[in-house]
Design a protein around this ligand. Structure first.
Ligand SMILES: [Zn+2]
Length: 88
């Protein structure tokens, strides 16, 4: 009986995660159905993946020397000290 309860709880969490990720993906221009299935099938992988995408997204750039992700408005790379030049 305990196993059944665990499976039911896991399924409920998986479906909720899928729906939440689906809506987040749809807002960010992604596929609602793809993220819903991804979140429902493997929420343990999909949830951190979604958080990384949301945090990383368009608000970060990569240092061209050390590949470290830095804030878009940073003028220097915090890891290697490379100075970003704004060509625009
Ligand atoms: Zn760097």
């Amino acid at each position: 009986m305990t196993v059944t309860i665990i499976i039911v709880i896991y399924a409920a969490i998986a479906v909720c995660t899928g729906i939440v990720l689906g809506f987040i993906a749809a807002r960010g221009g992604g596929s609602f159905v793809k993220w819903l299935l991804y979140g429902a099938l493997i929420p343990i992988v999909a949830l951190p993946h979604a958080i990384i995408i949301i945090r990383g997204g368009s608000k970060a750039k990569k240092c061209m020397y050390c590949r470290k992700k830095v804030s878009l408005n940073a003028t220097h790379c915090p890891k290697c000290g490379y100075e970003f030049i704004d060509w625009s």
